[in-house]
Design a protein around this ligand. Structure first.
Ligand SMILES: Nc1ncnc2c1ncn2[C@@H]1O[C@H](COP(=O)(O)OP(=O)(O)OP(=O)(O)O)[C@@H](O)[C@H]1O
Length: 259
């Protein structure tokens, strides 16, 4: 399978502290790659660099074989990369439908100027966005809440709304930062099923998550970070059995090479 996303020697410093240190990995077309590691390992920082929220200090990010260094973050959705955030980014006073429609705005061709010049085209585009958003609300099970104020929704449903917003732009790469945080077991299982459906439709997923049941159930491959450095990469089974990974999670000294 071809690499959709390729990250090479990616590093990020905050002040004098190196949060991510020369990390390499690839996300292939239509796969789910999970990025895991203990708290503070650098997972969100990697996701923030890959989504253009912050620039790398060093290293390279290539998407579809194109370097992203010169591409501003707001153009990523147009390229096919969308994301959700660890802390929900909700417009509480807007409806659920409007919140989802926001995910499409970067892909529309109608600027304010052209809206004035060609109202018909802008209306058509608005209608298309609305239909696309409604379709995704149905996919995530929120169709009946389309006209509810987002601020009135419980947390679990807002997480689903965020996924609909990220999917409405029809990404080829979906970046998810702890999508299952704060969800109960049933909600997490439903979300896992949704990610499998998204993958089946050809969208690749880079998933940062602490919920190991979810990761082991849906990830094709896993990359493990510890203190900013990649310590392992492999299938869920390989990762579960890897002594370096076990040591990083248990916070103990590595047993390898002793005695
Ligand atoms: N904006 C920032 N300024 C300074 N330090 C930061 C900043 N963002 C992250 N860090 C530091 O970088 C390191 C990695 O943080 P990051 O949030 O990427 O880890 P993480 O693996 O996502 O952790 P968690 O699982 O707890 O969310 C931490 O030591 C963190 O304190």
């Amino acid at each position: 399978m071809t690499a959709l996303l390729e990250v090479q020697a990616l590093s990020r410093d905050f002040g004098g502290v190196r949060a991510v240190n020369r990390v390499d990995f690839q996300v292939k077309q239509g796969e789910i790659l999970a990025l895991i590691g203990p708290n503070g390992a650098g997972k969100s920082t990697v996701l923030n660099m890959v989504s253009g929220v912050i620039p790398p200090s060093e290293g390279e990010i290539r998407y579809n074989n194109q370097g992203l260094a010169q591409v501003p973050g707001y153009e990523y959705a147009g390229l096919g990369i969308t994301r959700t955030f660890q802390n929900l980014q909700t417009f509480d006073d807007m409806t659920v439908l409007e919140n989802v429609m926001v995910g499409m705005h970067t892909k529309t061709k109608s600027s304010l100027f052209s809206c004035g010049m060609n109202l018909g085209r802008a209306r058509k585009e608005e209608q298309k966005i609305r239909e696309q958003a409604q379709m995704w609300l149905e996919h995530v099970g929120l169709a009946s809440l389309a006209f509810a104020q987002a601020g009135s929704l419980p947390y679990g449903k807002l997480r689903l709304m965020e996924i609909a917003r990220a999917m409405v732009a029809e990404p080829t790469l979906l970046l998810l930062d702890e999508p299952a945080a704060g969800l109960n077991h049933t909600e997490t299982a439903e979300m896992s099923k949704m990610f499998q459906d998204i993958r089946a439709n050809g969208t690749a997923i880079l998933l940062v998550e602490h919920d190991m049941d979810m990761i082991m159930a849906i990830a094709d491959r896993i990359v493990v970070l510890d203190q900013g450095t990649k310590i392992a990469e492999g299938t869920p089974r390989e990762i579960q059995e890897n002594p370096k990974v076990i040591a990083a999670y248990l916070g103990t000294e590595e047993e390898e090479g002793r005695g």
